[in-house]
Write a protein that binds this ligand. Structure first.
Ligand code: MAN
Length: 221
């Protein structure tokens, strides 16, 4: 105040001092003036502090979006088979009992062996790629089998390590069916599994007798 208070009488000086103090507090409370008396490391006004908080929140929001974008990009790079026909199946799980175990296939994710009498689950492999295999099998009267010809298969690798053997792996061979269902499970060699699975996802590609049966079934509707 350029020292002009010094020319005021003591009582007026006290009054002015108080007014200036009140004004300062009001400015600080309204975020207009930085609170330099505060012992906190921040010398920013509360408006700046608020803005910084909002900026930090927006930044972490953006990071979240980036993460999900990366995930979606990775998803697009994955092999979803011919014409991406398996994309809709991703994450759907089917299971069936066989012997002492229940076997589960979660499409494009993993295969699992679950002991019926309790005990932990055994990871039988994570989905790695789509392949084509040639099969030659008698088709059961139910039509629930692979038949013969070229079929689409899903490879699952790097499952739980097998004592005295490889890491578990599973080949899931697909044939056309009206439902997603596991038809057959075999352990061809120790910890090397093969599953025969029916799914509508391969019907358009015309996979053998199962395809014909299902296609006929549909035509009759
Ligand atoms: C478990 C199962 C079997 C496998 C043996 C190998 O019992 O995963 O399928 O053959 O381990 O030790």
């Amino acid at each position: 105040m350029y020292g002009f208070e010094n020319y005021l009488p003591a009582s007026a000086r006290g009054w002015l001092d108080q007014k200036l103090r009140d004004l300062r507090i009001m400015l600080i409370e309204n975020g207009i003036l930085a609170d330099s008396s505060s012992s906190s490391s921040s010398t920013e006004s509360s408006a700046v502090v608020d803005a910084r908080k909002r900026l930090d929140a927006a930044k972490s929001d953006l990071e979240g979006h980036h993460r999900s974008l990366t995930e979606h990009k990775e998803d697009l790079d994955k092999d979803f088979g011919p014409d991406d026909v398996f994309r809709a199946l991703k994450g759907q799980c089917i299971s069936t009992d066989s012997g002492e175990y229940t076997y589960e296939v979660c499409f494009l994710e993993r295969t699992t062996q679950k002991a019926k009498k309790g005990g932990g689950n055994t990871h039988m492999g994570s989905f790695t790629r789509v392949e084509r295999v040639t099969v030659d099998e008698d088709l059961p009267p139910s039509g629930k089998g692979l038949g013969s010809g070229e079929r689409v298969a899903m490879r699952h690798e790097n499952g739980q390590h097998c004592w005295n053997g490889p890491n578990r792996s599973t080949t899931v061979i697909l044939a056309c069916s009206e439902e997603n269902e596991i038809w057959k499970i075999m352990e061809e060699e120790k910890c090397v599994y093969r599953m025969e699975v029916g799914t509508p996802a391969v019907c358009e590609t015309g996979t053998g007798a199962g395809a014909r049966a299902a296609a006929q079934g549909k035509e009759e509707l």
